[in-house]
Write a protein that binds this ligand. Structure first.
Ligand SMILES: [Zn+2]
Length: 94
């Protein structure tokens, strides 16, 4: 049974860990596959409702680290903004 490089398509030696044609790993790694972006709607939801962002973080954590990171960041920015507004509201009320 022969293997093919997923980068250049050349036939691979069974035991090789790097492609003899392009020098890359014949098999695309998890990181390279994970180029998906969290869509804007979900980012906005994470931003407005940090808890939703936290849920998205855990949902995507196992299969898409990139998406989970983006959800996490949106939630953090949302929380930070909410915190600032709370301080402003407190100051305004005092
Ligand atoms: Zn190759």
């Amino acid at each position: 049974m022969s293997k093919y490089c997923q980068h250049c398509g050349s036939n691979q030696n069974k035991l090789s860990t790097t492609c003899n044609n392009c020098g890359k790993s014949p098999f695309i790694t998890f990181d390279e596959k994970d180029s998906s972006e969290l869509n804007f709607g979900l980012k906005a939801v994470s931003f407005c409702i940090p808890l939703a962002g936290l849920i998205l973080y855990f949902v995507h954590k196992s299969n898409s680290p990139r998406k989970s990171k983006q959800a996490c960041h949106s939630a953090l920015y949302g929380m930070l903004l909410g915190f600032i507004f709370q301080i402003l509201a407190t100051l305004a009320g005092a």
